[in-house]
Design a protein around this ligand. Structure first.
Ligand code: MEV
Length: 316
């Protein structure tokens, strides 16, 4: 059964950050969009509220998923449902698998508890799960997944705790990326934690770099809305330089960035946490031939349209 016909089946989209990862944790803006693949959660009536973790997850991931599930389940009164997860994304590749999982699970839990899984209610519950996965998340991942739109996002420190503000970015031209996986990925908690130590030691230097990324994001948002893909691509390239300066890149990620640029990317950078490896995105007006070429070369990759008009017959 599809999510549309069975209320206890729900989808959570994966995400890519176009610009602004990491600095978004410190209150600077970021642009992120949803992927058409993510995580499907299926609920069936059960004697207790329980999570069936994916077999592909390792022991640490399973532990974290159970902890996050217990936290969310408690908040909705532990409805009697068994939730099974089907990830369509590689786990821990910087593509928002934990946020997708949190959003899909939250939608099922809310429905099982007799509540409407609106984008707001879903995001609120998914946020609780994300804190178990990431420690100090900015909220950009689960907000993008719950909204399923290209958004300009900013984390906000409010009296009631950390929250986020999101505005949809519409583009008159398709904004499409090739997502390619490179190297062995580092856990988000590690790269975020290591950067936190560096910025605590040299706060002024890192503040200047975060500020530069913030300005690029503002320029890039204008470029998206104007359909200026060349301007957007250039902002992505400069963002990659700053991510490298922040100590977040690696040979595997840089190699893939240059490979995508040599294939004609208007802009290319890593997306998400960075570190030893993970996902790299390239902005291409026509991504399909690039995916075909990279696949022939043995690179795990796919294309995704994040915003703009879709060709007739495209799956949204
Ligand atoms: C992870 O997808 C994005 C980071 O900026 C962390 C966060 O925003 O919570 C690295």
């Amino acid at each position: 059964m599809t999510p549309a016909t069975n209320p206890l089946v729900a989808f959570g989209a994966g995400k890519v950050i176009l610009l602004g990862e990491h600095s978004v944790v410190y209150g600077y803006p970021a642009i992120a969009g949803p992927l058409s693949i993510g995580v499907v959660a299926r609920g069936v009536p059960s004697r207790s509220c329980v999570l069936d973790v994916p077999v592909t997850a390792d022991a640490a991931q399973k532990r974290m998923m159970r902890k996050a599930f217990a936290r969310a389940a408690k908040l909705v009164g532990e409805p009697k449902v068994k939730v099974t997860l089907e990830p369509q994304l590689p786990l821990s590749a910087g593509l928002g698998s934990s946020a997708a999982l949190a959003v899909a699970t939250s939608r099922v839990l809310l429905r099982a508890a007799g509540q409407e899984p609106t984008a707001k209610a879903t995001a609120r519950l998914a946020w609780e799960m994300e804190q178990e996965f990431h420690g100090t998340p900015s909220g950009v991942d689960h907000t993008t997944s719950a909204e399923e739109k290209l958004i300009l996002y900013r984390r906000v420190q409010a009296p009631a705790g950390v929250t986020g503000r999101a505005r949809e970015l519409k583009s008159p031209r398709p904004v499409s990326v090739v997502v390619a996986l490179a190297g062995a990925r580092s856990p988000t908690k590690l790269t975020v934690g290591a950067l936190r130590e560096r910025q605590a030691r040299w706060p002024e230097r890192y503040k200047r770099l975060f500020g530069q990324v913030g300005r690029l994001v503002t320029d890039a948002a204008k470029a998206v809305e104007a359909g200026d893909l060349e301007g957007l691509g250039d902002a992505m390239n400069v963002n990659q330089g700053l991510l490298n300066a922040l100590g977040l890149s690696s040979p595997a990620l840089e190699d893939m960035v240059f490979r995508l640029r040599s294939l004609g990317a208007l802009g290319a950078k890593f997306t998400g946490a960075g570190g030893d490896g993970g996902a790299v995105i390239g902005l291409f007006p026509e991504p399909e031939p690039v995916v075909a070429q990279l696949t022939r070369d043995g690179v795990r990759c796919f294309a995704s349209q994040l915003a703009g008009p879709r060709a007739q017959g495209d799956i949204p």
